[in-house]
Design a protein around this ligand. Sequence first.
Ligand SMILES: *[C@@H]1O[C@H](CO)[C@@H](O)[C@H](O)[C@H]1NC(C)=O
Length: 327
Amino acid sequence: MLKLIGFLIILGLATADKCSDCLAQGKHWCVTVNACGFTPCVTTITKALNCPELPDKAHAYDDSFMRNKVLITHSAAYNMDPQKCFTSKMPSMKVSKTVNVNCDRYGPKAMCFSFTAIDTVQKVIAMTFRGTEGAAQLSEEILDFFHGKKAFFDSGSVFEYFYDAFLFQWNGGLQQDLRKLKYQYPDYEIWVTGHSMGGAIASIAASYIVKIGIFTPDKIKLVTLGQPRTGDYAFATWHDATFPYSFRIVHHRDIAAHIPPMEGQDELFHHRTEVWYNNNMTIGQPYQLCAEADGLYCSNRNLDYSGEDHVWYFGINFVEWGQAGCP
Ligand SMILES: *[C@@H]1O[C@H](CO)[C@@H](O)[C@H](O)[C@H]1NC(C)=O
């Protein structure tokens, strides 16, 4: 049995390599028969980032960890007093700093909310970004996509709107507090989390603290819910090569994971690893770990999107639950 598992792992690695070698030769990879250039092929891969690859065992996805712990951070961000959620559900976590700033340079004023927290029992720092509050900001966001992209260091580009929103919050207090926490607790890991636009900002935030050298990627757990496409193909490539622990959880038909569309010169592309729950996400429901970064075989299979699925995660409306203080 062990031998068989070992063999399958080796086979998996070999497949990823063969797939990227195949694409490098300008051919397509045929998943259906695991062969290069095979036609006709039912399921083809034409982008290297979509060559099948899953996180290693040490960074495996754990449904109950997300459901029982990480989700509390996401909910807490919908309360102006996030401590209420922690006191109710994870009392060892203490809010360190909250930031509430206008984060829209162009449009009407739009407030972005985020916080840092520290847990000396679990030995964790948390940094969480709230999503859009209400439809107005969501449509505002979509319009703002047209403001274009901004270079992210030397690693591709991300949406300017998300990047700016991050920087407003970073400079509005997050930076100072995070540096202080890192200085006090240098060995702790950090959970960087966010929902909706907050998920895109969390992805940028995790990337930023690596780029400026505050945290090494192995200390970071990035977990987003219903994250919109955040950057271009080059950014996604750097992201995947950098973070061993990065999960984009997508509930069923959640619309946000599909905007802005993957098309045009921008080549907008999701980074890994999508975890798709093609169900109501109640306890025990199955999920799919998606081996492609932004392929057609997980949530992209759906063409019928839902706004309601965007606020229901793990079987509850976690936005309203957070607003109520996580009773
Ligand atoms: C969730 O889905 C399961 C399986 O289809 C079903 O048994 C259950 O009643 C559903 N729960 C809710 C809250 O919709």
